[in-house]
Design a protein around this ligand. Sequence first.
Ligand code: NOJ
Length: 537
Amino acid sequence: MTRPPDAASGTEWWRTAVIYQVYPRSFADGDGDGVGDLAGLLRRLPYIASLGVDGIWLTPFQPSPQVDQGYDVSDYCGVDPLFGTLAQFDDLLATAHTLGLRVILDVVPNHCSSEHPFFRTAVAAAPGSPERAMFHIEDGPGGALEGDPPNNWRSVFGGSAWSRIAPDSETDRQWYLHLFSPGQPDWNWRNPAVGEYFEGVLRFWFDRGVDGLRIDVAHALFKAEGLPDADRPEDVVDGLRSNPQVSDQEEVHAVYRRWRRLADSYSPARVLVGEVNLAPHRAARYTRPDEMHQAFAFTFATVGWDPAAWARIGTELDTARREHGAPPTWALENHDLVRTVTRFDDGGGRGVVRARAGLLALLGLPGGAYIYQGQEVDLPEVDVPAEARADPMWTRSGVSRDGARVPLPWTIAPAGSFGFSPTDDAVPWLPIPPGWGSMSVEARERDAASTLHLVRAALDLRRSLHEEGVLSPHDGGMWRAEDNGLLVCERSELFLVAVAMGDAPVRLPEGRIILASSALTTEGLLPPDAAAWVCRA
Ligand code: NOJ
């Protein structure tokens, strides 16, 4: 099988890689059912390669009832017919490799679907059976027949994290744990059989040739022994106030050490990237040299347009890098977060120009970076009509992530599907707003000043700078926020990234400005809401 060549960073390509996140159901529809799929993605792979990224991360396409858009997996080693077939996946993988793109898949080891055969078997089995021991299935505190759940944990999606295993049964009154929706029972990682099962899953995809895996909710596989009450039940597991009872248990690191050995046993070695939604100093422990390669910098992913916050988080991440060796993995957007065009807009209509500056800054920072599909064409968050919302979080807690998941517009016309589906009459699974033709890939291709072209230029330059040694995979990040609103991240004495986050144009530190997200003023100053790369080589 053809393999992409290793980047300037040698075999540790992931240290500097820029990965494009594909949310398959919203990327491109190949069969006209209004849902994106592998056939659509295959057809559009050359577009992704044309950006100059090093690879793609594909969110789940495995068989699933789609309660949480595929994060409820009922078969870890297959392809949901909604998205295609395993043969199509193999074709996609081979084509991606031919185009020089690596492929990272999502693995979801914290929970599965309530339709997974093991969970169905557990439901049918007796309390106390080995089948039930694969999950957290417990009696309530007052004994099996009492009414309260085993502890006070809340689901990330709202409501209790416990549901009755057999709601209609008079005799079986046990509960099962689901940190997310009731359709997503948590595996019991204290049972070694669960670990063995997942090693088989990893081998299955590694043997097929995938280059890496993104580990969903990587910090929560183990819960505190005995499942004690949470200190702050309303915070559960996600976010920086994550409860010490629910996640980040020491035992989980042994899992990633085993997985790293497995990943390293392949040639070329496979890569692990963790969704570790913890503060930098805790998250970095998951990227110690014998654990995962990358962990998304979550604090950064939710930051607003605030130079002091960027500098503080950047410094925290750099401190963690120095302590544990792995560079930060930057992302400003993904399918769970509000799009930056909207998030960075404080009502002044500056969202697009800021999001563009944020993206250019991201691509200049030391470490790996992830671009979420649509970020390169400035897609904003959409206020999806309530009746069209599909996110389980919406029904359980009134928060909807659908606005960042609207299908990508490919062509200027026709309104409706904007080239997302092969036929004009197809109805996209989430409605695409009527004005989105102007933000389509086609429209952005035609506009030489678009963010799409800026991303291409940035990635091209980034590659050359690595080849020339101006950028190094081992660069650090010295961050500062100046009084005039200028944010600076100095990677080394040769290169820095600057973002003008204040209200007035600012003078840049000394050096050659090699790329900027907006034109400089006639006095050579960086205008507000613009980013620049400055080279001193
Ligand atoms: C993180 C995923 O990104 C999100 O979409 C999902 O709902 C949760 N994990 C649960 O799997």
